[in-house]
Design a protein around this ligand. Structure first.
Ligand code: FMN
Length: 169
């Protein structure tokens, strides 16, 4: 099993991509909207960032930088056959933002992905993850990443970033 320290190894991790449609269960079945990354972004993840729940910062189309919590993996409860990276942003957006550019910085690990007996258990656990992320991101160490140059730089091409460094096309 992935330990906390192992999970921390590949962090911080910066990436960017266009928001694509997921299965659409996030808002509908869970009441927790998530933004999905396209396959190229998922396939680019280094091996040391394993499946699980992570937190960090996110921005949509160069807007304000918000807290985020994300799930990386196969969503065992829904038995997905495709690995996904789903970002829940701790901000109430008025509309969907499919096609927008989502920029994220992953800085902390919360837990491994899990299967659940009921949808309610999954929802309760995700709400706890959101609380955990919210608290962790208030620490000075984590807040520093909110002002990282990555969020201010102009990114023209979506092909970017790797591990602890990033480059602008
Ligand atoms: C913070 C967070 C934690 C999650 N943890 C799990 C998990 O442990 N197990 C799981 O099966 N799915 C987990 N999910 C994924 C949800 O099942 C997923 O968001 C939902 O299936 C919606 O997917 P869709 O947008 O592709 O429809 C998590 C999602 C988030 C945002």
């Amino acid at each position: 099993m992935l330990t906390r320290s192992m999970a921390m190894k590949g962090l911080p991790y910066f990436t960017v991509g266009k928001v694509v449609k997921g299965f659409g269960r996030g808002s509908k079945d869970l009441g927790i909207p998530t933004a999905n990354f396209p396959d190229e972004v998922v396939n680019d993840l280094p091996e040391d960032i394993g499946t699980g729940v992570y937190y960090g910062w996110a921005t949509v189309d160069n807007g304000p930088v918000h807290k985020m919590v994300m799930s990386i993996g196969w969503n065992p409860y829904f038995k997905n056959s495709k690995k996904s990276m789903e970002t829940h942003i701790l901000h109430a957006f008025g509309t969907d933002f499919y096609g927008s550019q989502l920029r994220i910085c992953i800085i902390g690990y919360v837990r491994p992905e899990m299967d659940f007996w009921t949808l309610d258990d999954l929802i309760t656990t995700i709400k706890n993850d959101i609380d955990t992320a919210n608290r962790q991101l208030d620490t000075a160490e984590m807040k520093a990443f909110k002002d990282h140059a990555f969020f201010q730089s102009e990114i023209i091409d979506n092909k970017i970033v790797n591990g602890n460094t990033y480059y602008i096309n």
